[in-house]
Design a protein around this ligand. Structure first.
Ligand code: SF4
Length: 211
């Protein structure tokens, strides 16, 4: 899938997925199948939709005042090469553009893969939030992460300003009512509240838990 990404969801600008104003990207496809995952609809590698990396980069950079991008899933590192290319294109025109990336694999597991694409994406990731969602360890005490086993790895100095304060950041959600009546939500709440609202009552898609 040269030059393309398979996506589940894209939000041009959000304030719930890390510091500042960020693009939110949820990729399609995950092989981990964590018990209790809030977004099992992201597991199927054939679902979602394809997007050209160049077109997506243009879309993202056309949004004013963005500080960076947060990439969740699905499993971002299943599309590591393409995501590394995307971040590279963003930084060609916006060198300080920060990146937060989730993975169901731990940092150690990712390094052990010895994959060029994985290594490329790690080298372009400023903050990695790693590890699978473990239902018995579910916690919304920290921002962004859904279970207490997940660790925050600041891999570069680009998010240095947030490094000392992220622990004080409160979780929040954004709910959007689209022009066609669809309702989407992103952010993190306990008890899969967003998932229940969106999928049982509105039968719609939204990113509520970052994998
Ligand atoms: S929580 Fe994340 S890693 Fe686990 S199955 Fe869901 S999308 Fe995949």
């Amino acid at each position: 899938m040269a030059g393309k990404l398979r996506l589940y969801h894209y939000i041009p600008a959000t304030q719930t997925e890390g510091p500042g104003l960020r693009a939110g990207l949820w990729v399609q496809g995950c092989s981990r199948h964590c018990h209790g995952c809030a977004v099992p609809e992201t597991w199927d590698f054939e679902a979602g939709y394809e997007e050209s990396i160049s077109v997506l980069a243009d879309k993202i950079l056309s949004v004013p005042n963005l500080d960076g991008i947060t990439i969740a899933g699905g499993e971002p590192f299943c599309q590591a090469e393409a995501l590394a290319e995307l971040i590279g294109k963003l930084r060609e025109r916006s060198p300080d553009f920060s990146s937060i990336c989730f993975s169901g694999w731990t940092l150690a597991e990712l390094k052990e893969l010895h994959s060029k694409g994985v290594d490329d994406l790690l080298s372009k990731t400023d903050l990695l939030i790693d590890g699978p969602y473990i239902e018995v360890l579910a916690s919304t005490a920290r921002p962004l992460a859904g279970s207490s086993n997940q660790e925050f790895h600041f891999l570069t100095s680009r998010l240095e300003g947030w490094k000392d304060t992220w622990g004080n950041t409160k979780n929040k959600i954004e709910i959007r009512i689209m022009p066609d009546g669809r309702i989407t939500a992103n952010g993190l709440l306990s008890g899969n509240i967003i998932h229940e609202v969106l999928h049982k009552h509105y039968n719609d898609k939204g990113g509520s838990k970052n994998g």
